[in-house]
Write a protein that binds this ligand. Sequence first.
Ligand code: SAH
Ligand code: SF4
Ligand code: F3S
Length: 446
Amino acid sequence: MKKAFVKSYGCQMNAYDAARMADVLGKEGYAATERVEEADVVILNTCHIREKAAEKVYSELGRLRVLKGERQAEGRDTRIVVAGCVAQAEGAEILSRAPAVDVVVGPQSYHRLPDLLARSRETRVVDTDFPADDKFDHLPARRNRGVSAFLTVQEGCDKFCSFCVVPYTRGAEVSRSVPAILTEARALAEGGVRELTLIGQNVNAYHGPAEAGGTASLADLMRAVAAIPGIARIRYTTSHPNDMGEDLIQAHAELPALMPYLHLPVQSGSDRILAAMNRRHTADAYRRLIDRLRGARPDLALSSDFIVGFPGETDADFEGTMRLVAEIGFESAFSFKYSPRPGTPAAEREDAVPEDVKSARLSALQAALDRRRHAYQEEAVGQVTEILVEKAGRHPGQVAGKTPHMLAVQVDAPASTIGGLLPVRIVEAGTNSLFGQTLTSTAAAA
Ligand code: SAH
Ligand code: SF4
Ligand code: F3S
């Protein structure tokens, strides 16, 4: 049987695309493999968001060139595909930089993979169109993805933050229709999925065609998804503060399946930097928004992304970020050093922050975020909560799951609990996860 190796380098949407590409090849008779040496097709689903992520691809392609040569010497063919956001951004340039590559395919045209692979036997091919036909209409049905699954509901971004490549690599904001999403969600639920995370580059800007005509908001969509039998939990990511509408805030108060955890990137706590980033809101507007969200759902856990060392960022600007972090209390967060990206307005600026200053700020920020995260974990000890059991745990006899607040918990319980909601008491906080005890010995799959 032919084998395909697919690797994702990027965000959740990129991981979702990678899974669907594996399904496309599955339909063509390729079995998935985790061992690149035995793969007849290798797909690197790339990310362009920061320089490091993009450069990783070229070093990987260097290694693949050697592997391809070795396999060729044994009479075996290897097709090498570069997909994702680097493919979209760099297109044909990849062919000249990486001679081993056979196919370059962008995030909107990977449903054409079988055809592109066939054509690549004649000539190297590049497909970075934003085609008029919707890739989702051409993809095979998804295979079972376990207990918790991602579902892309919206793609692209019209925000044009001055540092970000996404509007260029993923194109304009597009929402899938409610019926198409519900069909996919129902199939996932029938396959055993209990938790759905609705994903999009700007998911809370969702405005898709509704079942009964008109336009559905993300809150409308989530109410419809919550009604699907089997779906116990809903999450969504990633959101922009300016698209947090009143109905979405209310959904956090009213929709029991919507989990009390929100990833709402703020990037910086300085108004001057936020303006230069083209975020179009102030730090205080973000604080007020968090107040409203906590008004709707007092136990809401928050997460964010931060960029340190944006061009022109002073010590005072950075202190603004540290103040915001201290005030809000994020349960978790991602933080990055600013990376100038080709084609973005911020990359043109000449007031770059020196690398050592960026590093020092990143360390200080991460230390503060880590302290808060640990405190959050410690506070959880003693609490009674419910976990969705997702998989076998680290040790025999254990299972692993997540609390509504996304905390990872290990519990001594049989594998038969996987896929169920299990009431637990948190008894201990480890470095990366919590340990819990089941509250009822009979708590089987709900
Ligand atoms: N759509 C999401 C995030 C997309 S990218 C949003 O708007 O929040 C994920 C994160 O990568 C961003 O939130 C940002 O913190 C970071 N990022 C994006 N471009 C970057 C750059 N040029 N340098 C450093 N970090 C960047
Ligand atoms: Fe990038 Fe900003 Fe769009 Fe997020 S909202 S994807 S950071 S341009
Ligand atoms: Fe990266 Fe593209 Fe996602 S640039 S973060 S893979 S949208």
